[in-house]
Design a protein around this ligand. Structure first.
Ligand SMILES: Nc1nc2c(c(=O)[nH]1)N[C@H]1C(S)=C(S)[C@@H](COP(=O)(O)OP(=O)(O)OC[C@H]3O[C@@H](n4cnc5c(=O)[nH]c(N)nc54)[C@H](O)[C@@H]3O)O[C@H]1N2
Ligand SMILES: Nc1nc2c(c(=O)[nH]1)N[C@H]1C(S)=C(S)[C@@H](COP(=O)(O)OP(=O)(O)OC[C@H]3O[C@@H](n4cnc5c(=O)[nH]c(N)nc54)[C@H](O)[C@@H]3O)O[C@H]1N2
Ligand code: SF4
Ligand SMILES: [Mo]
Length: 672
């Protein structure tokens, strides 16, 4: 297998660009008939020759006839094709006018992780070239959990997958829907199980792995922190904590004990909606041996999501799981970050231009209230209308703007509000290196397999040409491979770079077991159950959860969890490909009877923000106070975020989209 040339039946190595834990290595092949296929790279240790449904379908997405292949301009309400020259000239005129009238902060860029490509961030060089701009910060994805890890451990660092497979005595899948969102972790879990390790699932919804688990806890949404502190309380009372680890590596244990002692398991169990014996069993497993806590991202999308995660961290800490083979908290893998020179990528090491910062979660409101106002909005690698909370407010914000430029390869719900849609190259069409910090320590190379469709261009080339139209001096005349090489800097030898190009992947040199030396990158060098930093930043030094009262509004008895969809990545499910997957709400036993409906009936889900009609399905193993609705539907449907509201999490400027309450109504059948 080698890199580029487009010769028939040649295998070319690439990497999945989706924002996914697994970062799979792929082999692309163009057959003698010209047909393009991709498969999992059998040589990659994590991919092991297998892709998930999303990965397998990427090639169809690339070939889809719904792709935007030329620049589009809205004229009298309709998007019509224009030349790049015209689009760039006209957008440049708007930018000039905005810079003169209001200044650079009136230009805004909203982006997210639509692609894991490192070169995608080169576009920041354009905005620095403007002399400033309004940018988006925080995360609608995992802000709260990352901030919690920084307070407690200094950084969120996962153990190597092999460590979990070889050393964990218990694996706790705590809110991570592994069989759907992180499928390549499954084989490691199964190796651990085959060795005799116990599997625990803590989730508010039934998951595919429940059937294989030794212990399943279907906890009431948002109460995991209480559950974890009840475990801590039981362990402290019965002296089943790791005293040596605490003495050596924990700061603030006494303060923590005072907080935890209030969480009597009997009382908490009722609040969490679980049997008290389950709390005892979970606590016992943590006390008994190496326990790997695999934290999901969904469970921190609550208003107190940061504190909730801190409580789970505390359970892993007092039982000595941190820095222990087979233990650890797997949430993200931020110790991979320093392997790329982000300053080079984003500014070419020039002085950074001033920015105004809008939180991703609240950006629609911030746009509506902005002073100075936003004149020009660029949107790239994100589908704001579909994915931000409260789509109605997002739509209003977009409509309030003089100019919206969307860079995408599909006509998304956000593009519906664009004045210009600029077509970007996609997977297979551009060279890049895929990098994320979600789980495994591999990076993947993406060789270009073919040319971009139509007039599409890589994102960096779009900004390069727009800079030219503006007469701006920016460093975007790049050769991808050279820029990638420079971004890795000196730690990577030429031999390693060659290996990355030839194998298509490289393992970054991070420890299998983070914090093995019991040194944590916090101010005390220990795990901080008491965090001075948290206090300095205006928060709680020791974990603090909401009172045990039900936050449920009277008229909205169900918790609505809009989880990640199995068959697509967020909203990236174009109608023609996924039309067979209709949106379905899953409810627990007894729920439909109460509204006079039956399995398969159409129901209306109503929240304080909006309403949606979809089909109902009963899941007999589910809780009766939770409704499950996968997010990110394809075009042609409304999206779930018409139901959610703009709420920020307590830490890390994250989003609390899972704190949504709903009621249900049966929809009368149309009589024909
Ligand atoms: N197939 C697929 N895979 C994906 C994605 C996708 O869209 N589709 N998206 C990728 C991205 S961007 C991300 S961030 C990750 C997310 O990966 P996950 O964290 O696995 O998934 P989420 O959908 O964010 O979280 C939902 C899970 O959390 C559970 N949950 C929700 N609230 C609670 C709670 O209060 N307590 C507990 N214990 N459980 C709770 C839900 O039941 C569900 O199983 O997945 C990535 N992988
Ligand atoms: N209700 C609810 N809302 C959620 C979540 C939830 O669980 N429930 N999950 C949240 C999470 S975890 C996340 S990460 C966000 C995801 O939010 P987004 O990142 O906005 O989600 P995607 O639907 O993946 O949108 C990515 C867009 O980028 C485009 N794209 C792909 N590749 C490229 C490229 O190379 N260049 C450019 N310019 N565009 C590209 C795609 O076509 C797509 O339109 O959603 C959040 N919203
Ligand atoms: S979406 Fe994730 S699991 Fe699927 S192919 Fe891509 S990286 Fe692999
Ligand atoms: Mo995400």
């Amino acid at each position: 297998m080698t890199s580029p040339p487009e010769t028939p039946t040649q295998d070319i190595l690439t990497t999945c660009p989706l924002d996914c834990y697994d970062i799979c290595s792929m082999v692309a092949r163009r057959g003698p008939d010209g047909a393009l296929t991709v498969r999992g790279n059998p040589a990659h240790p994590v991919t092991q020759g297998r892709l998930c449904a999303r990965g397998n379908r990427l090639v169809h997405r690339h070939l889809s006839d719904e792709r935007v292949t030329e620049p589009l301009k809205r004229v009298d309400g309709t998007l019509v094709p224009v030349s790049w020259e015209q689009a760039n000239r006209e957008i440049a005129e708007h930018i000039h006018a905005a810079l003169t009238k209001t200044g650079p902060l009136s230009i805004m860029h909203s982006y997210d992780y639509g692609s894991s490509g490192v070169l995608k961030l080169l576009c920041d060089r354009f905005f620095h070239g403007l002399g400033g701009w309004t940018e988006t910060v925080g995360s609608i994805c995992w802000g709260a959990g990352l901030a919690a890890a920084e307070y407690d451990f200094g950084v969120a660092a996962s153990h190597a997958p092999e460590d979990l497979a070889e050393h964990a005595q218990t694996v706790v899948l705590w809110g991570r829907n592994v069989a759907v969102t992180n499928v390549h972790l499954l084989s490691y879990v199964r190796v651990a199980k085959a060795r005799g390790a116990k599997l625990v699932v803590v989730n508010s919804l039934p998951t595919e792995l429940d059937a294989e688990a030794d212990l399943v806890i279907h906890v009431r949404p948002g109460t995991d922190g209480h559950l974890a502190l009840a475990c801590c309380s039981a362990l402290i009372q019965t002296q089943r904590v790791d005293t040596a680890f605490i003495a050596d590596a924990v700061h603030g244990y006494a303060d923590f004990c005072k907080v935890a002692s209030a969480y009597d398991p009997e009382g908490v169990a009722d609040y969490c909606g679980v049997e008290p014996v389950l709390i005892d069993r979970l606590a016992g497993l943590y006390a008994d041996g190496a326990t790997a806590t695999v934290l999901g991202i969904g469970l921190q999308r609550h208003r107190h999501g940061g504190q909730l995660i801190r409580a789970i961290h505390a359970l892993a800490t007092i039982t000595g799981q941190m820095g222990k083979p087979g233990g650890g908290v797997h949430f993200g893998n931020r110790h991979l970050l320093p392997f790329i020179d982000w300053d080079f990528i984003q500014t070419n090491r020039r002085r950074a231009a001033p920015t105004r910062q809008f939180a991703r979660t609240t950006q629609a409101l911030d746009i509506l209230n902005a002073k100075p106002r936003i004149e020009v909005l660029f949107v790239s690698r994100t589908n704001l209308v579909s994915q931000l909370p409260d789509s109605g407010t997002t739509r209003r914000a977009l409509e309030s703007l003089p100019l919206v430029v969307v860079i995408d390869s599909f006509l998304t719900q956000t593009a519906d509000h664009a004045d210009y849609v600029l077509p970007c190259a996609l997977f297979l069409e551009e060279e890049d290196v895929m990098f994320n910090t979600m789980w495994n320590p591999y990076i993947g190379y993406a060789h270009a397999v073919c040319k971009p469709v139509g007039k599409a261009k890589p994102d960096w080339a779009i900004f390069r040409d727009l800079a030219k139209a503006l007469g701006l001096q920016v460093d975007l005349d790049i050769v991808p491979r050279e820029t990638i090489r420079e971004a890795f800097g000196e730690w990577m030898s030429d031999g390693q770079f060659k290996q990355l190009l030839e194998d298509g992947y490289l393992r970054l040199p991070v420890p299998h077991v983070p914090f093995l030396d019991r040194h944590f990158p916090t101010s005390t060098g220990k795990v901080e159950l008491f965090s001075e930093r948290a206090r300095r930043e205006g928060g709680e030094p020791v974990v603090k959860l909401p009172e045990w009262t039900s936050a449920r509004p009277v008229d909205y008895p169900f918790s609505l969890l809009t989880v990640h969809p199995k068959w697509q990545e967020n909203s990236q499910g174009e109608a023609a490909l996924y039309a067979q997957v209709d949106p379905v709400a899953e409810v627990g036993p007894g729920v439909l009877e109460d509204i006079g409906a039956r399995d398969g009936d159409m129901i209306r889900i109503i929240t304080e923000t909006g309403a949606i009609v979809c089909q109902a399905r009963v899941n007999r193993s589910g809780r009766s106070d939770v409704v499950q609705l996968a997010q990110g539907w394809s075009r042609g449907y409304e999206n779930v975020n018409v139901l959610t509201s703009i709420q920020t999490s307590d830490l890390g400027i994250g989003s609390a989209q899972y704190d949504t309450w709903c009621r249900l109504e049966k929809v009368a059948r149309a009589t024909s």
